[in-house]
Design a protein around this ligand. Structure first.
Ligand SMILES: Cc1cc2nc3c(=O)[nH]c(=O)nc-3n(C[C@H](O)[C@H](O)[C@H](O)COP(=O)(O)OP(=O)(O)OC[C@H]3O[C@@H](n4cnc5c(N)ncnc54)[C@H](O)[C@@H]3O)c2cc1C
Length: 328
């Protein structure tokens, strides 16, 4: 039976899940859809033969009291832990000042806190939403894998990157498509490198302000990680854009070469991932809600471009939906 009181959230990343949780806690029937096999989005871990590596977000910080309180809950639940790698900075930089930064990671992998959020939520993975159909009383979703879904949703909230929100919003007569088009997302080539032994380097994580790499980190130094010695090498957005159509093997080779110039040894094996939409130019637009259409947008790209922003933005959107009285 159709339930036009229900709300659909597209995207089971941190933004979509935090949004869905607030709605659910307020008594709203909500279903989350994601195209992937699991939840977490860019909070993710690649697992290979005897190794693991976080190939998306590397760590996160908590600056607002609200997010600090959420992180405290995750720490207590054991799905997040502090990570204090031995750090270095290469290339031009100013000496850091002020409070030391506390860095957190999911345990045993980056998606752990999103899995905790998703536990009590109906999440339908393996559902790539390709079209939003306006119908009497709300929206129907058309998916790549399952065609047109029978349910009618009173509202649809998109927690997907700007570039993926755009095509869904284009046919809809709403200003949200313009918001999505105005936000530009940036790519990042990422290498996961495995070594026979721990590289003899005076750092476990490094910010690099010169050349193709922007960040390297010893994944094996994060709490709860198991398996072979593993590092993550991340390219800058500019380098990634310039090499976007490179073969993965060739891009990986160039990034390993840059790692070797920092003193790193030759890896035993590598796995290469191209993020077309890794992060974005910082924005502070915040979530967007169009009550007359029953459509909303949230995601890191609307608020700061990082993990904390995604969480805040998702909750903010839920607050707007509840505040507009649209949820019941
Ligand atoms: C390489 C890399 C390094 C990063 N490093 C850091 C870092 O160190 N610190 C930090 O704070 N942040 C970092 N980030 C950014 C951080 O990962 C994001 O800010 C955050 O995870 C975004 O969450 P989100 O929910 O907004 O989006 P996402 O996590 O991207 O979630 C969107 C979800 O929508 C789904 N989806 C998309 N289109 C559809 C569709 N049509 N139908 C159904 N589902 C769909 C996707 O599968 C995905 O699960 C990094 C990101 C990358 C890629």
């Amino acid at each position: 039976m159709n339930d036009a009181k229900a709300i659909a959230v597209i995207g089971a990343g941190l933004a979509g899940l935090s949004c869905a949780r607030v709605l659910q806690e307020a008594g709203v029937a909500v279903t989350v859809f994601d195209k992937s096999r699991g939840v977490g989005g860019r909070l993710c871990t690649r697992r290979g033969d005897g190794w693991q590596a976080d190939h998306g977000a590397q760590y996160f910080t908590a600056r607002s009291p609200e997010f600090q309180s959420q992180v405290a809950g995750w720490l207590e639940a054991g799905v997040v832990a502090e990570w204090q790698p031995q750090r270095a900075v290469f290339g031009p930089h100013e000496a850091s000042a002020g409070e030391p930064v506390v860095r957190y990671v999911g345990v045993p992998g980056m998606s752990a806190p999103t899995k905790a959020l998703a536990e009590a939520l109906p999440v339908r993975t393996g559902h790539t939403v390709r079209r939003l159909l306006p119908v009497d009383g709300g929206w129907q979703l058309e998916t790549v894998e399952h065609g047109l879904l029978p349910e009618v949703y009173r509202a649809v909230l998109l927690g997907v990157p700007a570039a993926q929100a755009g095509p869904l919003l284009q046919p809809v007569n709403s200003s949200l498509a313009e918001v999505a088009a105005a936000h530009h997302m940036l790519p990042s080539w990422t290498v996961m490198a495995q070594f026979a032994a721990r590289p003899d380097l005076p750092f476990e994580a490094a910010f690099i302000n010169d050349g193709p790499l922007r960040w390297v980190a010893r994944n094996s130094s994060k709490p709860g990680r198991t398996g072979q010695e593993s590092w993550v090498l991340q390219a800058t957005a500019a380098w990634s854009a310039a090499h976007l159509e490179e073969e993965p093997e060739a891009a990986g080779r160039l990034l390993v070469e840059a790692f070797r110039q920092l003193g790193g040894p030759e890896p035993e094996q590598v796995s290469v991932h191209r993020w077309r939409y890794a992060d974005c130019e910082a924005a502070d637009t915040g979530s967007v809600w169009e009550a007359q259409y029953g459509l909303g947008l949230c995601g890191d790209w609307l608020l700061g471009g990082r993990v904390e922003g995604a969480w805040v933005c998702g909750r903010e959107l839920a607050g707007k939906v509840l505040g507009s009285g649209h949820s019941h």
